[in-house]
Design a protein around this ligand. Structure first.
Ligand SMILES: [Zn+2]
Ligand SMILES: [Zn+2]
Length: 121
């Protein structure tokens, strides 16, 4: 018998259930001090974003998280209530994404050019 190895994400941040907690939600504000949350390599924001984990049922119902993950990592089973939690805005820096997209577009255009540079089949 082999057991499926998966990270236990602890209680759902909406219903506090423990079944099928498989979904990680990136919240648009900072996590608790010291928490290693979500970040973005494209716009270079640090891994400070708050994270809520949700069970499949809550995702289906569109439930709003009442807690976020505390402790240090996502796998921490500690929960922090959002009641009175001071939300410091944390989100992608759109200008840097726009810049990145433009570079991608130029690269795509260049690779298309390369293909058409060879008229022989
Ligand atoms: Zn739930
Ligand atoms: Zn970003």
């Amino acid at each position: 018998m082999s057991e499926e190895v998966r990270e236990d994400l602890g209680n759902c941040c909406a219903c506090l259930g423990t079944q099928n907690v498989n979904n990680i939600m990136c919240m648009p504000f900072e996590g608790p001090p010291g928490f290693q949350g979500w970040g973005c390599m494209i716009c270079g924001i640090p891994t400070r974003g708050a994270i809520a984990v949700l069970c499949d049922t809550c995702v289906e119902l569109g439930a709003v998280p009442r807690y976020i993950v505390g402790g240090r990592f996502v796998s921490s089973t500690m929960r922090v209530t959002l009641d009175g939690f001071e939300r410091k805005a944390f989100d992608h820096i759109e200008a840097r994404h726009a810049e990145y997209d433009r570079i991608e577009l130029i690269e795509d255009a260049l690779s298309d050019l390369d293909a058409e540079d060879f008229p022989f089949h």
